[in-house]
Write a protein that binds this ligand. Sequence first.
Ligand code: ZN
Length: 90
Amino acid sequence: MTPSPMNCQQWLDLLESFLDDELSSEIRHEFEQHTHGCSCCGHYLESYRLTIRLTRQLKREALPSSIAQRMREKFLQAIDREFHSREKEA
Ligand SMILES: [Zn+2]
């Protein structure tokens, strides 16, 4: 799978809009390409969706920002580690 030119940070910035179905079809396509080509973001999207679903089962509200924030931080750390391990391999 060819990785999309979109990077993980850009992907993360688009995540909310993607879930709200606010992306243009072109951007959405790029977003989906990155999701499939990048295991880091693919897993993040999965766990993000799961968290949203679980949260909505408890109460019909948006994901609490504290949880969203924590997931975001964890994810950024994961990306960071990923980049560092790639540097070592190179
Ligand atoms: Zn990514």
